[in-house]
Design a protein around this ligand. Structure first.
Ligand code: 5AD
Ligand code: SF4
Length: 475
């Protein structure tokens, strides 16, 4: 039993459980007073890492007694922000205006902001100056302290700001609430040491820290017991996993351990940096029954000159050789990528090199981005920033190429019999469900809701661009 008459414990996670209990009492008293449950709403911007962090926020809010709602007209609203590109920031400011309107009607409402955007000093200054109605601001390094910060916010009328510059702390065993019963993200490392010259992530997520393999395996075992069949191992660059552990180990070695977990059916991971993808990893993937035949291998640019300016530490030839090696060893693998157009100094020739790689590798799908200038990164002060109209034109041409190829690539599996993990009821077609193949392609087929979370054999009847229509085989 947690005794709230005693001072808060100083060790983690005990300290956070103490504050969860404290918030529980507040929520209970407040609900009794209002004669209704207290509601909470979480909005997640950005990547899978943030999605996983939001599950941790959600776990704590539910444990504390809040009822989660879809509406932002709630008693506690939190935005888990992203700052990888400028438009992510602009969206947050826009939506804060709407929240202010709700807060004027509900004086008990508390508004919190967390995540990558909050690690930027200029953002926090702007919020302090022009968004005084925000109650709580914290960053990426102290998200484990959410229960404690929430308790402080509920007791205070002032804006609470707690931003850490960095941390080497990893707190295990806090509650979390999964979005899907049958699949889950699992952090294997935090932060990034690569400092690609356009990217703000190393500044807002801090230095690389790996979790101990035993903690990762223990978490996955518990997830499997709780019904999870697929995990997505998360890290900014999983290929440098384990380098700074007391007893260093490689990502390939970690995968071999995770493969042994009984009841776990599928293993995915994200993201892999081409500079240090090992032959050992390719072998582990090729020989594995559980690791999905999908590799996300961000290219960013096909021009060796631009790659150097981006500080990517590979060139066009090395990337192409790697892609070829992977395809030769695993012919059915799906390769996906991220590409940036309009990096400072990018010429039409550089852009043609990018198109050339796209044509040679033939990606199953690609995320394409317009370069966004992030203050504080080396690229932001590089000369020769590219005019908007030139970038837009290149972006459109790249998108067309990528889409044409990915449609053609999808076709190659038509007629195959494959296993899908059913994820949800189809929202467009009654009586249909939607699932994913190991290679991440989406399949719709006739079936009932009971199939959700199950691995089902289907035949891929027809490819419609980016997805398949299939038929269930073993009914
Ligand atoms: N501008 C545009 N895209 C960016 N990315 C990262 N930083 C920027 C930026 N400043 C893209 C990269 C990365 C993906 C997650 O976001 O392609 O792989
Ligand atoms: Fe950013 Fe590069 Fe790190 Fe990815 S590897 S998070 S692009 S700095």
């Amino acid at each position: 039993m947690i005794d709230l008459n005693r001072p808060a414990p100083t060790t983690e996670p005990e300290r956070q459980y103490y504050f969860i209990k404290k918030v529980q009492e507040y929520v209970k008293a407040q609900s009794e007073k209002l004669g209704r449950p207290l509601t909470a709403n979480i909005t997640t911007f950005g990547c899978q890492m943030n999605a996983r962090d939001s599950e941790k926020l959600s776990g704590i809010l539910r444990e504390a007694g809040y009822v989660e709602t879809e509406s932002e007209d709630a008693d506690f609203v939190i935005y888990n922000t992203c700052t990888v590109r400028e438009n992510a920031n602009l969206r947050v400011y826009g939506r804060l205006g709407v929240l202010h309107g709700y807060k004027k009607k509900n004086p008990n409402m508390k508004i919190a902001l967390c995540g990558c955007m909050m690690q930027e000093a200029t953002v926090v200054e702007k919020l302090q100056k022009s968004y005084r109605f925000v109650d709580l601001i914290f960053g990426t390094h102290n998200i484990f302290k959410f229960a404690e910060l929430l308790a402080m916010t509920l007791e205070s009328d002032r804006m609470i700001i707690d931003i850490w510059k960095d941390t080497d702390q990893i707190v295990e065993d806090l509650p979390n609430e999964r979005k899907y019963a049958f699949k889950s993200g699992v952090n294997i490392m935090f932060g990034c040491n690569n400092f690609c010259s356009y990217c703000i992530v190393p500044y807002v997520r801090g230095r690389e820290r790996s979790r101990e393999a035993k903690d990762i395996v223990r978490e996955i075992e518990a997830l499997v017991k709780d019904g999870v069949v697929e995990v997505m191992l998360l890290g900014q660059n999983v290929n440098s996993y384990g380098k700074n552990l007391e007893q260093p180990m490689t990502f390939a070695e970690l995968l071999r351990e995770i493969e042994q977990i009984d009841g776990l059916e599928r293993i995915r991971f994200m993201t892999s940096h081409p500079k240090d993808l090992s032959d050992d990893l390719i072998e582990v993937m090729a020989n594995s029954k559980k690791i999905c035949p999908h590799l996300h291998l961000p290219l960013q640019s096909g021009s060796s000159r631009i790659l150097k300016a981006m500080n990517r530490r590979y060139d066009k030839e090395k990337y192409l050789a790697l892609a070829k090696k992977i395809r030769e060893r695993m012919p059915d693998i799906a390769l996906t990528t991220d590409i940036i157009v309009g990096f400072p100094g990018e010429t039409e020739e550089d852009f043609q090199e990018t198109l050339d790689v796209v044509r040679q590798v033939r990606y199953d799908s690609a995320f394409t981005f317009i370069y966004s200038k992030r203050t504080g990164t080396p690229a932001a002060v590089m000369e020769d920033q590219i005019p908007e109209d030139v970038v837009k034109d290149r972006f459109d041409r790249l998108l067309k190429e990528v889409q044409t190829i990915s449609k053609e690539m999808s076709e190659r599996f038509t007629g195959n019999e494959e296993t899908v993990l059913v994820e949800e009821k189809n929202s467009q077609m009654d009586g249909y469900v939607t699932g994913r193949l190991g290679n991440n392609h989406v399949v719709h087929f006739e079936g009932s809701e009971e199939l959700i979370g199950k691995l089902i054999r289907v035949r891929l009847d027809e490819c419609r661009g980016f997805y398949y229509m299939g038929t269930m085989l073993d009914k």
